[in-house]
Design a protein around this ligand. Structure first.
Ligand SMILES: Nc1ncnc2c1ncn2[C@@H]1O[C@H](COP(=O)(O)OP(=O)(O)OP(=O)(O)O)[C@@H](O)[C@H]1O
Ligand SMILES: CC(=O)N[C@H]1[C@@H]2OC[C@@H](O2)[C@@H](O)[C@@H]1O[C@H](C)C(=O)O
Length: 389
């Protein structure tokens, strides 16, 4: 594999939105700064409602049933393997063509020390869906569990986007922000001088997660507010927005990570109580949650660049399909030029899955990139190798 001119790597991502498994078949040449990726195939295999409910029962909950966690670790591994085989067959390809699978797994809990606040415990994160099941069932070598090494080397286990974004998207002479709006919004800062020791990725706050959680609770059968149809019928409430902005996390320095463990419905309810907005219509709450996501992203980009500068922002993730959110971003960052990663030849919905394929390629054939000696961006390669036999 090391000697091959080009490796076929399947990258997998199933994020905090629990909508399904993203599967990207990538042809990768080279490594490090010489990495070249072509996305040959991409599918999202949706999670069925029963599976969504099972994952939700153990997702970002401190009272999760431990037996269920144990069972789901195996079940998700098996299910993901089945989904890969299904995708391969729908693309008319055989498992033998694929060199490696890069599996992120399903995050069920993310607990950086800043979130758990317990002095005797390190940063922690847990992704389930064991890689050995994927390797054995597909017959394809699988690299999995990427986040633990990051924690072991001093990081929070996320965001890992920095490692792939730097290799694939840095451009000399252009300040770039690679903005992914998934359940949580995060971005990678790529400075115009290409200096790896300045590059970082950071979570900035909620992307879609609060809106999705609100919809799922109040609109039976709906999973998200498609094209912001409901939010667009409401007005932003300034008092609620101000109360939502009061999380310590939002003022913390970069890089930092978070999850639905913080940004959840109790967080919204407490903000409503503090701001005396408990009687608001659903439409107004959704409009405010949407603006909240836009406001935290705008504030984070401004913190990175200052108001006057003009970065290029390349969007990816499901939130870029939300017209109200994107309009608020453009309005809040009038000097920025907005693109999507399509403009860099990577399907924005596939971007995170591609990232894990690139991380696996680095683990196999790359040398660690030197990001300097900084907190939060250790210079490492990541993942555990699972063999089919
Ligand atoms: N047309 C649309 N209108 C509004 N929102 C949309 C639309 N399409 C997708 N979304 C939002 O994008 C979400 C899915 O985003 P994505 O798949 O990037 O999340 P994820 O990968 O699970 O998240 P994360 O990056 O946090 O792990 C949906 O749950 C929904 O909120
Ligand atoms: C713990 C975890 O799964 N975090 C995800 C999640 O989704 C977005 C944001 O929160 C980011 O920190 C991360 O994923 C991306 C792929 C990352 O590590 O860069």
């Amino acid at each position: 594999m090391l000697e091959k001119q080009e490796r076929l790597i399947i990258g997998l991502m199933s994020g905090t939105s629990l909508d399904g498994l993203d599967i990207a078949l990538c042809a990768i040449q080279g490594s490090g700064a010489e990495t070249k990726v072509r996305v040959l195939e991409f599918s999202t295999i949706p999670y069925e409602n029963a599976l969504k409910a099972e994952v939700k029962s153990i997702f970002s909950r401190r009272d999760a049933d431990l037996q269920m966690v144990c069972l789901m670790n195996e079940k998700i591994g098996l299910l993901h393997a089945g989904m890969i085989l299904e995708a391969l067959s729908s693309w008319g390809r055989k498992p033998e063509e694929v060199d490696v699978i890069a599996s992120h797994g399903q995050t069920i809990f993310h607990a950086p020390a800043s979130l758990h606040g317990l002095t005797d415990y390190p940063n922690a994160t847990l992704q389930i869906g064991d890689g050995d099941h994927i390797a054995v069932k597909t017959g394809i070598i699988t690299i999995s569990d990427f986040r633990q090494k990051h924690i072991a080397a001093g990081g929070e286990g996320a965001p890992l986007a920095v490692y792939g974004d730097y290799l694939l998207f840095s451009k000399k002479g252009e300040d770039r922000i690679m903005l992914n709006i998934g359940g949580i919004a995060n971005f990678t800062y790529l400075p115009a001088d290409n200096d790896a020791s300045k590059v970082f990725s950071t979570d900035v706050g909620p992307g879609n997660t609060l809106m999705d959680q609100f919809i799922q609770k109040h609109y039976e059968g709906l999973y998200f507010d498609e094209n912001a149809a409901i939010a667009s019928a409401g007005e932003v409430n300034k008092d609620l927005l101000a109360a939502l902005m009061q999380a310590e996390f939002l003022n913390a320095d970069f890089p930092k990570t978070t999850g639905p463990e913080l940004f959840n419905l109790p967080y919204l309810e407490q903000a409503q109580e503090r701001s005396g907005t408990k009687g608001l219509r659903n439409e107004a709450i959704l409009a405010t949650l949407c603006r909240f996501s836009a406001t935290v992203i705008v504030a984070a980009v401004e913190k990175c660049f200052g108001k006057a500068e003009t970065p290029s922002i390349f969007m990816s993730g499901g939130g870029m399909h939300n017209p109200l959110l994107v309009a608020a971003l453009k309005n809040g960052l009038p000097n920025a030029a907005f693109y999507t990663t399509d403009d860099l030849d990577i399907n924005p919905d596939a971007k995170e899955a591609v990232l894990f394929a690139v991380l696996a390629n680095e683990t196999l054939v790359g040398e660690k990139t030197n990001f300097g000696n900084r907190e939060g961006v250790p210079s490492i390669t990541m993942g555990k190798i699972c063999l089919p036999e």
